[in-house]
Design a protein. Structure first.
Length: 75
């Protein structure tokens, strides 16, 4: 599953829970909405971590390529 597909699946689950919460009494609605919010925040955090990790790997590769091509000072 790609991060975007995983995000859409989680978002769909959150939307389903939010709609299901409409038929529940007060305390259950608060609990369901709290759960949906926690899942949504966790999903965004995971997506951000994936992007940051990818950027770090790409940055390391670019740095290694630059070190191999550019002449450096030997100390």
């Amino acid at each position: 599953m790609t991060p975007s597909t995983h995000f859409r699946a989680r978002l769909g689950a959150c939307a389903f829970l939010a709609l299901a919460a409409l038929g529940l009494p007060g305390c259950a609605v608060v609990t369901a909405v709290d759960t949906v919010a926690s899942v949504a925040i966790g999903t965004v955090g995971l997506a951000a971590s994936a992007v940051i990790g990818t950027a770090r790997i790409a940055g390391s590769a670019v740095g290694a390529a630059a070190d191999a091509v550019l002449p450096g000072s030997d100390k």
